[in-house]
Design a binder for this molecule. Structure first.
Ligand SMILES: *[C@@H]1O[C@H](CO)[C@@H](O)[C@H](O)[C@H]1NC(C)=O
Ligand SMILES: *[C@@H]1O[C@H](CO)[C@@H](O)[C@H](O)[C@H]1NC(C)=O
Length: 170
């Protein structure tokens, strides 16, 4: 059950989080610039970001996509809502909402992303996986995910289950 497929999914999910092109106005930094400011790598958000809000005091943010996004990888489904929110600080995104991975019969939220040196850890509560930062130089696109970008190699993570049981979130 813990498999490279899951790694792959988690990797993509994270990839959808840092993105490329989105500025709310001429004077605001883009989402991409913002993520860099918090020490996250390029390539965490999909194309189609239309804007974001950030409270720079608390780190609470909301990112808006122009449409929901889902695709299948190795038999697993990923789903991105049009609104993704969380709390960001240097090297850490917590209380993440809006990105889900389907494991068996359950849609599970990716709840936390942590960067430690060259490693990114994604947590879905029941499990987490580590990836090297250089897996995140490119952003997948809705519809084709990984494959649009010539299959970025993101299977370098270790995968381990936490002790909690599966939790369904929708
Ligand atoms: C969403 O954004 C993408 C990338 O900018 C664009 O290609 C697509 O047409 C947009 N879709 C809608 C429904 O606006
Ligand atoms: C940020 O959050 C703090 C605490 O909730 C609040 O007092 C402040 O007004 C917020 N700032 C903005 C720009 O929304």
């Amino acid at each position: 059950m813990a498999s490279p497929a899951i790694l792959c999914i988690l990797f993509i999910s994270l990839s959808l989080f840092t993105a490329s092109l989105a500025s709310t106005s001429d004077s605001s930094p883009t989402v991409y610039e913002l993520l860099e400011k918090y020490d996250f790598p390029v390539g965490l958000l999909p194309k189609g970001v239309t804007g974001y809000e950030l409270n720079s005091t608390t780190g609470k943010f909301t990112v808006y996509l122009n449409k929901t996004c889902s695709f299948t990888i190795d038999g697993y489904n990923l789903k991105y809502k049009t609104e993704i929110s969380g709390t960001i600080s240097t090297d850490k995104i917590k209380d993440l909402k809006g990105i889900q991975v389907k494991v068996l019969f359950f849609w599970i939220n990716i709840v936390e992303v942590t960067k430690d040196g060259d490693e990114l850890e994604l947590s879905v509560g029941i499990a987490s996986a580590d990836f090297t930062v250089d897996n995140f130089y490119e952003s997948p696109e809705c519809g084709c995910g990984f494959d649009c970008n010539n299959g970025i190699g993101g299977k370098a993570g270790k995968f381990r289950f936490n002790s909690k049981p599966f939790v369904s979130d929708s």
